[in-house]
Design a protein around this ligand. Structure first.
Ligand code: ASP
Length: 325
């Protein structure tokens, strides 16, 4: 009799445990930089806020329905890749040679599986190619023509060069060349996109997608597709997506460093993100990060005047652009 009672009690606790759900969270960015009120028209600001909100809505639907964080970050990033306001997919910045070469990465915090691509030119949604590398190849990172070939073999949707190229990005390249002020876009007109999510099962994932920096050359690769620099997820700590001057983010190992501080120093996400962004600043770099933890902390940190960003949870959605919001 006692044994039956014990088994019954055990079964009830297991059932209660199985029903315990984590409160889902989603955080996104659409790039950091010199984003100040007088640099955006009312129209542009409205369109960007609407695009960020649409991305949040898309990921929220998946998370609210009990979907996976990995599916949520991919779907969210796809919305931003398809929007020409952002420097990813359609609307990616131009290289010095007037081409669009894109980088993307995705990581699942539960399995610590990751996939990334660099210098790709023909996949409509680079983030989906990164996911295919993770799930359908034995590798973590593919680049250039080989990655483009893998994309075709996987049957991913392809797009011609004209799809990615927008007049505004071409103008920015010409401006950069005529100013000859810097190797790269001096204004830090970033626009890289990223998403981090915590799902109801307590899993975290991160995704980042970018065209890199205006005027990049010699097959330059930034931090976004480098696992541990611009993108990282580890269910023991956090999920991170970064945006900014990639060279500094690579040198600091930003995304992994934030997770390591949370895991080994017991730091809070905000504290860890601020400390690591201060390191980036100390080396001369600008940009920002978004972070989510399995405990439900959802935050960001940036050292630029603004960052396109947004947060969503069961409580609702918020979108922000300027530093003082
Ligand atoms: N981090 C990206 C890169 O360096 C650029 C950006 O975030 O806008 O390629």
């Amino acid at each position: 009799m006692r044994l039956y009672l014990l088994i019954g009690a055990l079964m009830m606790t297991t059932a209660a445990h199985a029903q315990e759900k984590t409160d889902w969270k989603l955080v996104i960015h659409g790039g950091a930089g010199v984003i100040e009120r007088d640099r955006l028209t009312a129209e542009q600001e409205k369109e960007i806020r609407a695009a960020l909100d649409l991305a949040l809505q898309t990921g929220s639907k998946i998370l609210a329905a009990g979907g996976d964080s990995l599916d949520a970050v991919e779907a969210t990033v796809k919305v931003l890749e398809n929007d020409p306001h952002f420097n990813a997919g359609r609307g990616a910045v131009f290289t010095y040679d007037s081409t669009n070469e894109m980088d993307a990465a995705i990581m699942d915090g539960e399995s610590r599986k990751a996939g990334s691509v660099a210098g790709i030119t023909a996949t409509k949604n680079p983030i989906s190619l990164a996911r295919a590398v993770m799930e359908d190849s034995p590798h973590v990172m593919l680049s250039g023509e080989g990655a483009d070939q893998f994309s075709r073999e996987q049957g991913l949707e392809q797009a011609p060069p004209e799809y990615f190229a927008t007049p505004e990005r071409r103008r920015q390249l010409e401006e950069m060349k005529s100013n000859k002020l810097s190797w790269f876009d001096v204004d830090l007109k970033y626009g890289t996109v990223g998403a981090v999510a915590l799902d109801q099962a307590g899993h975290v994932a991160a995704a980042t997608s970018t065209g890199g920096l205006t005027g990049k050359r010699w097959d330059r690769i930034g931090d976004s597709p480098i696992i541990g620099a611009g993108t990282y997820a580890d269910v023991r700590a956090c999920a991170v997506s970064a945006t900014g001057a990639g060279e500094y983010f690579i040198r600091v190992g930003v995304a992994h460093e934030i997770c390591a501080r949370i895991r080994m120093k017991d730091a809070g996400a905000k504290e860890a993100a601020d400390a690591v962004m201060a390191e980036v600043k100390a080396l001369g770099g600008d940009g920002g990060v978004i972070v989510v933890t399995p405990e439900g902390e959802a935050t960001w940190s940036f050292n630029t005047p603004g960052m396109y960003r947004g947060k969503a949870s069961a409580e609702g959605r918020t979108v922000a652009i300027f530093g003082d919001e």
